[in-house]
Design a protein around this ligand. Structure first.
Ligand code: GDP
Ligand code: ZN
Length: 313
């Protein structure tokens, strides 16, 4: 089995270190006929391999576990929410929105705070304890001074990750740092023949090219994304994910479950449950959640926003 790390219209391909042998692949006609799209991140079966020219043909696509739209990647199994401790400072409500959007995908979330070298230790400590009470153990890092990147890399190991967060926090810088791997993390030797996931490239179905030639829009609607192999094993998407969380996938009922601290209250009180099965935890009789948790006002505000959206749908 191989994983698609890039989709290109042209056949040019760069060899990436640590990913084993990359193959430039075309997609079998039959797959195109049944409109089976191949996405970056898809696990695929490659046949007709020419080891000299490093070419092959994608014969089949394995079932996807997940599919993210922004950026379009299959089988993402980790979201890295990145904020910075300064320039810009973390804003609690915005951080909550990003975390809720990330949690709503049900993909595991890691939170990291960048630009640690710009703030005092006390600031780091107080953010850490706040975020712990929200249910997160943040990774503190600085792309500038290369601190904390090894624990980040350790966290991302053997997974396909997308970095999300507002603009200016250092997402692109982090991706570049992980790519160049210049911060002293030993690059793991990858055995071409036994590594379960080898890189592979494929030639994109030409439809995208045709659209852009006709309307001039295709190129803009298809965001280019590729997966960068990490020395710890696994991949990170080279394109950051959503920087405007829309919360469109979040419903009134699912919102509370996007807060780890609420999930904890509910699981700690089992087998007891809120009296109403559709409890929104805003003071209903027999509710177990109460309103004494720190992010309750943010929860309430987001709930209002979602209620209004649902009413107009
Ligand atoms: P993005 O919008 O999230 O992709 O952010 P960028 O990667 O473009 O970074 C925004 C700015 O922050 C750039 O000027 C970076 O050089 C800077 N930056 C990134 N990481 C750090 C860091 O750890 N410390 C400091 N001081 N600046 C950083
Ligand atoms: Zn309740």
């Amino acid at each position: 089995m191989r994983v698609v790390v890039e989709s290109e219209k042209s056949s040019s391909s760069e060899e990436q270190e640590g990913a084993g042998v990359e193959l430039l692949c075309v997609v079998r006609n039959l797959l195109k006929k049944i409109k089976r799209r191949v996405l970056v991140g898809d696990k695929v079966l490659v046949g007709s391999i020419d080891w000299v020219d490093r070419r092959g043909m994608i014969e089949n696509v394995f079932e996807r576990k997940t599919e993210t739209l922004d950026p379009p990647v299959a089988n993402v199994d980790h979201l890295l929410v990145l904020f910075s401790l300064d320039q810009p400072k973390p804003e609690e409500f915005s951080l909550t929105r990003f975390l809720v959007e990330a949690e709503s995908t049900q993909i595991p979330v890691t939170l990291a705070l960048n630009k640690a070298e710009l703030v005092h230790k006390e600031t780091v400590t107080s953010w850490k304890s706040k975020l712990r009470s929200w249910g997160y153990e943040p990774i503190i890092c600085s792309v500038e001074t290369k601190t904390g990147l090894d624990s980040l890399l350790f966290n991302l190991r053997d997974q396909t990750s997308v970095v999300v967060g507002p603009s200016g926090v250092g997402k692109s810088s982090l991706i570049n740092a992980l790519r160049s791997n210049r911060f002293g993390f030993a690059a793991a030797e990858v055995d071409d023949w036994t590594h379960p996931i080898l890189g592979s490239k494929w030639l994109e179905d030409q439809r995208v090219g045709e659209v852009s030639a006709r309307s001039g829009r295709g190129k803009h609607t298809t965001r280019h994304v590729s997966l960068l192999p990490l020395s710890s094993g696994g991949y990170v998407a080279d394109t950051p994910g959503f920087n405007q969380p829309s919360l469109l996938k979040v419903t009134k009922q699912s919102l509370a479950l996007c807060f780890p601290e609420v999930r904890k209250i509910l699981s700690d009180s089992q087998p007891l449950k809120c009296a109403f099965s559709n409890c929104l935890h805003i003071g209903e009789p027999g509710c177990l959640v109460k309103n004494d948790w720190e992010r309750y006002p943010y929860y309430f505000q987001l709930l209002d926003e979602i209620k209004i959206r649902e009413e107009f749908q």
